[in-house]
Design a protein around this ligand. Structure first.
Ligand SMILES: Cc1cc2nc3c(=O)[nH]c(=O)nc-3n(C[C@H](O)[C@H](O)[C@H](O)COP(=O)(O)O)c2cc1C
Length: 144
């Protein structure tokens, strides 16, 4: 079965950033993704989302069409789309990492490595660095 990894970024409308709303979105996303063999991570930095979706090409494509039409965010921008042999988020059907919640020395490390405006981490334009941020966010969550 052909598998792919799709990464996009978008800007959230304020309503979806309410803790209950974002919690519900992530829980539902995780349940749905499990059913279709999709794994991934959803980063939040201020009002900006960055999401990686991995899984069977057909399901990832169908899901991205839904997400791109979801009225809870805007300025959706596809960043990368590639075939994969192995997944990076194989045990996560979907997990949210709010970069603003990362504290202390882990925050310092992220600020040293990635572009930021004030204390808020910005998503790098460089695709390798962007991917590295997704993996660092995963590792920070695993370590916490
Ligand atoms: C930022 C963002 C990320 C989302 N991620 C997922 C996801 O990983 N999986 C998922 O099933 N839905 C996700 N959704 C929700 C979908 O857009 C859609 O509402 C959901 O799949 C239900 O669609 P349906 O009821 O038409 O089947 C996300 C929505 C937003 C705004």
């Amino acid at each position: 079965m052909r598998r792919c990894r799709l990464i996009y970024k978008s800007i959230a409308y304020p309503e979806i950033l309410e803790p209950e709303a974002i919690g519900e979105l992530t829980t539902l996303a995780s349940e749905r993704n499990k059913e279709s063999g999709i794994t991934g991570i959803l980063l939040l930095s201020g009002d900006s989302f960055l999401q990686a979706l991995e899984g069977p090409v057909r399901f990832v494509n169908q899901l991205f069409i839904k997400i791109a039409n979801d009225k809870r965010h805007h300025d959706i921008e596809l960043v990368t789309y590639e075939d994969i042999n192995a997944t990076c988020f194989h045990d996560w059907s979907m997990r949210l990492v709010d970069l603003a919640q990362i504290q202390d020395e882990k925050r310092e490390l992220l600020l040293q490595k990635y572009p930021h405006s004030g204390d808020a981490i910005s998503y790098p334009n460089d695709k390798m660095l962007l991917f590295s941020l997704l993996i660092d966010a995963k590792n920070v969550l695993l370590a916490s």
